[in-house]
Design a protein. Structure first.
Length: 183
């Protein structure tokens, strides 16, 4: 099967399956933890203007197979040297084929070419597949792993793109608030 990476915007039709898929995923995974999980998921996906995911400070990509969007992801500026990954997703029937890793690698390459040295991201406590992907891809957990994930709510990870697996340049990205608090 042939896959193509397309640079786009969350406002384009090719991105709609990614946005819709993420909204469904967030709503269903967190249904037991949020009173109105569908509204909460929609609000999360609308939280950032599309312009934040456009070059030169951001990127939004989709992975297309046979004319269908089957994955994608994005980043925006976190600070002058750090990209913040958002919206990394693979369609359920396309998982466990290395596509999410390919999306992460494509985003990392774009972040490096746009001058970023590090990546910061958060994922939810009900997304263990994402934790595994990020850890296997060299991301450092920035939370206390001895505490139950649901206490943290959002699980932050980071990676030094120039020195993978190094933690020297990541300390300022560690959360300052107690577990369960988030911005």
């Amino acid at each position: 099967m042939t896959y193509r990476i397309i640079d786009t915007s969350p406002l384009e039709a090719v991105a709609k399956p990614l946005i819709d898929g993420l909204q469904w995923e967030y709503a269903t995974r967190y249904r037991d933890h949020r009173a109105d999980s569908e509204a909460s998921a929609a609000q999360e996906l609308a939280r950032y203007p599309a312009a934040l995911f456009a070059p030169p400070e951001g990127a939004f990509i989709v992975l297309v197979r046979d004319g269908e969007t089957v994955g994608g992801g994005a980043f925006k500026r976190y600070d002058a040297r750090t990209a913040e990954f958002k919206r990394v997703w693979t369609r359920a029937d396309q998982r466990r084929q290395g596509l999410a890793r390919r999306i992460v690698e494509e985003l990392e390459a774009r972040a490096l070419s746009q001058g970023y040295r590090r990546v910061y991201l958060t994922t939810g406590f009900k997304q263990p597949e994402a934790w595994g992907l990020y850890i296997d891809s060299g991301y450092v957990p920035l939370f206390d792993r001895s505490i139950a994930p649901e206490v943290h709510v959002r699980l932050p990870f980071a990676k030094d793109l120039r020195k993978p697996f190094s933690t020297d340049a990541l300390d300022d990205l560690r959360p300052r608030e107690p577990p369960g608090e988030h911005r």
